[in-house]
Design a protein around this ligand. Sequence first.
Ligand SMILES: [Zn+2]
Length: 247
Amino acid sequence: MLDKIKGIVIKTRDYGETNKIVTIYSANAGKFSAVAKGAKKPKSRMAAVTQPFIYGEFLVFMGSGLGTIQQGDVLTSFREIRQDIFKTAYASYVLELTDKLVEEKQADAFLFQQLYNTLEWISKTDSAQVPIMMYEMKLFAKGGFAPVLDYCVSCHSKQLPYAFSINEGGFLCAKCKFQDPAAIELPNALSKLLHTFLHVGIERVKNISVKEENLKLLRQIMNAYYDQYGGYFLKTKKFLAQLDKLK
Ligand SMILES: [Zn+2]
């Protein structure tokens, strides 16, 4: 059966002399992989539409296993991303995380839209830290390991201020903070921001300004949390860390 599917190319790998296996994330069909015949020939139309970051419309023959891409048209190429090494690094990280945490063939239109919006932010602005963290938090939720950010993990109190505990998996209130000496005390604004990351769609954020030091702290928390619960090693993240040192 032929399906017309709009989606973002999140991964490609070589398959034989001239073909590629392309992994696409879409709103309607979720994540799936399909063979793109002739996609390794540099001048082929198929090569152009099966590059990472491409948002395209694909005509796909969906089998029970690997599908076959019959045809594809570029809808958005996110050109700005491929022209800038930092944008490429951030976007590659976002795609790799998506590939690792999203199950095959499970449609989730909301999550797809979050990915699209994140790539759009990366492409159009020089500071996409906040949308990237918002998207990561949505992926943590999808992966079933989102932190508890609605109340204290231990006593369920909704009384600010909170500290963030990696070990306990979320907020600890002032009374329960002693349970984790390593818990990181948060200004109330950052607790609210983390809560927003988890529950609010990126499309609802227009411009959000966060101080550089707070961005760093949030980044540290996100990284430590992922390292503890996320499980998969991410090669793009290592590269990103090296690039950040150059900045
Ligand atoms: Zn508590």
